[in-house]
Design a protein around this ligand. Structure first.
Ligand SMILES: Cc1cc2nc3c(=O)[nH]c(=O)nc-3n(C[C@H](O)[C@H](O)[C@H](O)COP(=O)(O)OP(=O)(O)OC[C@H]3O[C@@H](n4cnc5c(N)ncnc54)[C@H](O)[C@@H]3O)c2cc1C
Ligand SMILES: NC(=O)c1ccc[n+]([C@@H]2O[C@H](COP(=O)([O-])OP(=O)(O)OC[C@H]3O[C@@H](n4cnc5c(N)ncnc54)[C@H](OP(=O)(O)O)[C@@H]3O)[C@@H](O)[C@H]2O)c1
Length: 272
């Protein structure tokens, strides 16, 4: 069967554009071929997939059709954007899928699951709480969706967004988030970098996010207390960061939200 026919069986979406923040960090805008976007909540994810090819460039067939390399991605756009979905993705050089995503040109097909999933959402957070949103690297993606959807609504009392990256050039949404925080006094944007050369132009915070979470340092930066009665915490990205922070927060009386504790106030999404 010609390759185009094989691919049209599995590909249901196409790349609209890739916006590069640096050589290995980009925002991908992807639309379903049939148009529209399914209902979803800020913080949810779906999967993207590209067919596997053998050494001769032939599509590898499985029992049910072409084999797909698939991975989960948090949606970075707000649900109010109904034309397409955006994703904030870092290229893992020896990764199975991400180099293939970087091979795509605008208009190229790929698979995008229309079943949007995940419980890393604001659904269980009562209005008026303070929110601490803590992301490493592309773990910022779900927070971009939340911030864009809720900016200016003042649903939450105060929102502190920690954005932890290796280098200043890895803070892809620095400009947008700085502007949003200037316009909405309830939002504080707190980027911090770990490997930026000492003599660079960077004037902001340095060090791992975990170094800024001691209660007094947090209070000073975020403008509210790490108090389990008034605050919900969301963490996303590097699993080592999440494991470390979880201990810090449970020691302060916070409770991880899970099936047994649906009232919990600590929420997380591990990327690997
Ligand atoms: C629910 C969920 C949502 C996700 N959302 C995103 C997202 O919005 N953006 C995104 O870039 N990734 C996201 N990921 C990770 C993504 O699914 C892939 O693992 C990643 O893109 C690497 O895929 P790969 O096939 O190229 O590499 P693989 O061959 O799968 O290699 C994986 C290795 O790459 C490293 N790695 C994977 N993801 C990241 C990452 N994001 N940052 C740093 N190192 C990483 C880890 O060391 C991991 O062991 C998410 C994962 C989950 C479970
Ligand atoms: N970022 C780049 O410049 C770059 C370039 C090319 C390829 N890549 C590839 O992209 C992938 C991901 O890199 P990434 O930089 O996006 O993600 P990352 O490795 O998860 O690092 C993001 C941030 O999280 C911090 N961090 C790591 N462990 C932590 C912990 N336990 N507690 C608190 N903070 C923690 C890192 O600090 P530390 O610096 O202290 O680890 C860094 O500031 C890797 O596979 C990498 O090889 C990255």
């Amino acid at each position: 069967m010609p390759e185009l026919d094989v691919l049209s069986d599995v590909y249901n979406a196409h790349l609209i554009q890739r916006r590069d923040f640096n050589e290995s960090l980009s925002e991908f805008t992807i639309a379903f071929d049939e148009g529209g976007v399914p209902d979803f909540q800020c913080g949810q994810y779906t999967t993207l997939g590209v067919v596997e090819k053998d050494d001769n460039g032939e599509v590898v067939m499985g029992r049910r059709g072409p084999k797909l390399t698939r991975r989960a991605y948090s949606i970075a756009s707000a649900p109010k954007n109904q034309d397409a979905l955006t994703y904030y993705i870092v290229r893992v050089e020896d990764g199975a899928l991400t180099p293939k995503l970087w091979d795509l040109k605008p208009g190229d097909g790929l698979f995008m699951d229309n079943r949007i999933k995940g419980t890393f959402t604001l659904e269980s957070v009562p209005e008026g709480k303070n929110l601490a949103l803590i992301g490493t690297g592309t773990g910022l993606a779900p927070f971009m969706s939340m911030i864009q959807e809720h900016r200016g609504t003042h649903l939450w009392n105060k929102v502190a967004l920690f954005d932890g990256c290796r280098l200043a050039k890895d803070l892809g949404y620095f400009g947008e988030l700085s502007r949003i925080a200037q316009e909405d006094p309830t939002i504080t944007y707190l980027p911090t970098v770990t490997r930026e050369p000492e003599d660079s132009d960077w004037k902001g915070l340095r060090g791992r996010i975990t170094e800024h979470l001691k209660p007094s340092a947090f209070q000073e930066l975020a403008g509210f207390d790490l108090n389990p009665e008034t605050c919900h915490i969301f963490m996303c990205g590097n699993p080592a960061m999440i494991d470390q922070c979880e201990g810090l927060f449970t020691d302060l009386g916070f409770l991880v939200k899970d099936r047994k504790n649906p009232e919990g106030n600590v929420h997380f999404e591990r990327y690997w």
